[in-house]
Design a protein around this ligand. Sequence first.
Ligand SMILES: *Cc1c(COP(=O)(O)O)cnc(C)c1O
Length: 384
Amino acid sequence: MDAHYSNWIEISRSAYRKNLEFFKNRLMPGTDLSVVIKANAYGHGMLEIASLADEFGVKIFCVHSISEALALRKNGFRQRIVVLGPTIKCFAEAAVKNDIEVVCYNIENLELYEELAKKAGRIFNIHLKLETGTNRQGISGSALLAFLDVLKKCEHVKLRAAYSHFANIEDTTDHSYAKMQIERFKNEVSLIRNAGFSGFDLHFASSAAATIFTKTHFNMIRLGIAQYGLWPSKETYLSYITEFGHGDEHILTPVLSWKTVIGQIKKINAGDFVGYGCSHQMTRESTIAILPIGYSDGYDRHLSNQGYVLIHGKRAPVIGRIAMNLTTVDVTDIPEAAVEDEVVLIGSQGDQIIRAEDIASLAGTINYEVVARLPEHITRIIVE
Ligand SMILES: *Cc1c(COP(=O)(O)O)cnc(C)c1O
């Protein structure tokens, strides 16, 4: 490893391929696979993941913002790109020019798209977000009817799809709320059809629904966290294995590993304190290793005196407080540990593994946040 990396992220091509194949094989006939690569591909690196997805023939990318979409275009990706978050008006022209598809649910934006697309002599594709019970973005009822009235008159804006998003599918094994949302969705889609629209796609499912309810696949799934080999939640995993069994073929493989190296090793005495606030005191003569990683690199400060890393396939506990760029671990029981040895923060080494979920439970959050907050400055490397 080049010396200038104090820490780095490895992205496994074979794990990524395996996860995508798992979902390709589960898709209902006529369903497209889109991959959600917002938030720097959940911390995995947007361009790195886009290039792997491209290798495996993915034809649609979903992102949150127009800036992410433009970065993909700038880097030569010709796939369809759908922006799931709001696009502010000053970016509307860039969206039209770069053939980006955007979520739309307000008349002001719709009229602006019509004007810009007309000027550019193009057809602009929108995805209409329907409100079905999540109460985030989207419209229903009279707002939907008013929107459709304007859309009907637009000659340069095409209703490419209508879609919605589940509110309560990851956190429970009770799927009654999800079923109610599907009913509302179907009713709203009938309203759209009755208003004279046809030839548009429907999509609803993110990872959890795509995995456990194939009937929510409609024309496209929006596959986020599961493409990276992470389960949306324990409940999703439980629902899944209850229905489909425990076989190896059902196991998702985490794509990301996060590593650093030992910066210094030294012996300290029984009774010595470690780090800011003297929050840890040694009870025996100890060997400690200093790691060039801290909370500014995304190593959560909640792991102070709680987390552990892998060195020579063994667990080394984090002792004392995690600092901005340095963390100390106890290697007294790993006598072979030496300066510049590889340290695993997330991933496996020997027969030990640290999962994003393990860090999430120590830090009081979810696997999504653990990976999505890995900072952009960390180098991502694609490995086999
Ligand atoms: C983030 C997001 C997804 C992906 O969700 P996962 O649970 O990661 O699969 C899908 N759809 C929308 C609208 C999203 O915002």
